[in-house]
Design a protein around this ligand. Structure first.
Ligand code: PGA
Length: 234
């Protein structure tokens, strides 16, 4: 079965790139590729008003409450976010987000009718210890594995380094992740690659039928680079 490629821009803690909201912006979905942007909360409304498909980089599962500094997934849904980025390794590392908490965010997003894009991936020491699949399996075990979620495999050791994982490492993990999904949605769910996806390696990675798209960090902040990655995905 063919799955439409999904390309996502993770702008992390940066304001949106110049020109992101223009009519000819590379951040707009087009025939053959679905495109989603994950800006900071400050830029969510502007992106939505301009017609970009968007979501928060994190969001609490509770609707509201005494969580100073946070926003809830339901608030994001109410302003028009259709996606939610969940479980990014930055959040796991710097905010102590656990597999169980990431599972609860995913359940909340689904209940709100949002599409969760959940990040999984191992660190360098975990890979070197031969535990990459075990780590990813534990991360997946905390999630409701159903057709309305997407997974981004982001090997933590390759994020922001300029060198992506090797194609066979990516393919092996894609196959493993897909095998963990129940049979009734295994062929439907989109599994993306993220970590140093760039114009130079996008064609090789994104033309692989096992890889359903990408989550792009650094290169997504440069509209020209992102446009080249979009072209590679098409
Ligand atoms: P990178 O980031 O593309 O800069 O490696 C990916 C990510 O952290 O989602």
């Amino acid at each position: 079965m063919t799955r439409t490629k999904l390309l996502c821009a993770n702008w992390k803690m940066h304001r949106m790139p110049d020109g992101a909201l223009r009519e000819d912006s590379p951040y707009r979905s087009r025939h053959g590729v679905d495109i989603v942007v994950f800006p900071t909360c400050l830029d969510l409304s502007a992106c939505i008003q301009a017609g970009l498909v968007t979501g928060p980089q994190c969001g609490r599962p509770e609707a509201q409450g005494a969580f100073t500094g946070d926003v809830s997934l339901s608030m994001c849904r109410d302003i028009g976010c259709r996606y939610a980025l969940i479980g990014h390794s930055d959040r796991r590392a710097h905010h102590g987000e656990t597999d169980a908490y990431i599972g609860s965010q995913t359940v909340a997003a689904l209940a709100l009718g949002m599409h969760p894009l959940v990040c999984v991936g191992e660190t360098r020491s975990e890979r070197e210890a031969g535990r990459a699949e075990l780590v990813v399996a534990a991360q997946l075990a905390a999630l409701p594995l159903e057709r309305d979620i997407s997974i981004a495999y982001e090997p933590v050791w390759a994020i922001g380094t300029g060198s992506a994982a090797a194609l066979d490492q990516i393919r092996d993990m894609m196959r493993f992740i897909r095998s963990v999904f129940p049979a009734d949605c295994r062929e439907v769910v989109r599994i993306l690659y993220g970590a140093s996806l760039q114009p130079q390696n996008a064609a090789e990675i994104l033309s692989d039928p096992a890889i359903d798209g990408g989550l792009v960090g650094g290169a997504s902040l440069k509209p020209r680079d992102f446009a080249e990655i979009v072209a590679a995905a098409m």
